[in-house]
Design a protein around this ligand. Sequence first.
Ligand SMILES: [Zn+2]
Length: 440
Amino acid sequence: MNVKTFILFIILLSSINSSSQDINANYKVRVIPIELLSKDASLSKIGYGTSITSEYKINNYLRDTIVFTVNNAVRDFGPSNLKIIAKNLSSLKTERLDYKYDGYNLYVFLKADIGSCFYLSLQYTYIGTSFMSVPESNRRNIVIFGGDESFEHFTQMFFLPKKIILHNETLRLYNDTNLKAFSTLSEIKRNTKYIEYKFHEKDAINNLSVILIDSNIYHSVVKFINKRKYFFYIRNQNLTIFENNIKKITSKLKILDEYQFSKSDFHIIEFDWRNKKNVKGRTYSDIMLIDISFLSKHYSSFIHEYLHSILNIKYKNTSRNGFYLINESLIEYLAQYIYYHDSISKFNSYFKSKENGCEKDSVKLFNLKSNTAATFSSVYNCGPIYFYKMAKSIGFHQFFNIAITFFIQNKEKSFDTLISSLKKKKVDDEIIDKFMNSVK
Ligand SMILES: [Zn+2]
């Protein structure tokens, strides 16, 4: 169990300083096999790169420099391939512009004959750090933009104008017809050449991803779980594994049938998402990415990710007290309960086996502001034990019911709202106090 990693969304909130200047921005991303972009053999495992054009329509701009920025200065992007072109809006005259890039900011020097109303286009190829690491074995099967580490954030691919209000931003994704796209962005247009999304930088930093899968290799299989429609995307070689195991997982999830969840379609994509030590899964609202082993042996990890989705957990305000306790430790506890609920003796032994490693755990989960490899065991092994102990006093099924109802009924899924749910259900103050003392 402790070799698994549940992926967390690290949220960096950044702000755009306001000013009177408005800009319409279109980001065009063309997905291209890496060998067509670079001869560098060390990049070959990335699989795909991108050719990007950012277009900005600018009105009444009176200064002689525009400054763009990136959220973190860790791009592999080399300024040598950057081409910046301005086009006067009335004369349509175009000019290539000079710039200075210091790794953090890009200063674009405007020329007088461009005027105050113009189009600005930034063209460059982008390879690397924004792509979540995908094992070499299936690099041609899946492309993922946006990851959980700040350097993988989707917005790292783009230069964002500083001190300017962006509005009316769109993202156009051009890709091979064999690649099927999924995204957390809202789609506004789709044709044979591209898919157009609404793109807001603020959304992007929270929970944003674009995922492309090779439709020649993936099969879509529809299953109903807890009255919701699930589209599973499974590669040829794993179809048998999937069919042999999915019944076992869905039968475990029957315990959730009595609860009302939202009924939107849902997409689950498997791939070999692992390294030596970890296998991973992540949920982006209605898209779930999982290692294939979640469907063959790590069932409780599948249930954990499924709960993230069905209980509608949003990765905002991770710095709030109790965030990881509620949104990870409690979810993990519930996943274990669902997995073992038909054998309470196995459920008890599971937590008994975790106890030793947690006796000396000094992490106070209530105060945890970020979750890293160093806090992994506290969050996923020890946190669930505190819930287990409380649930044992309340009654396992009674606590399960309180917790699931708490997630469904509260938009604000916080530590305080959980405590008040417990009090409303007349849980003894003594039990609640004991729990609070263990985590604070
Ligand atoms: Zn999780």
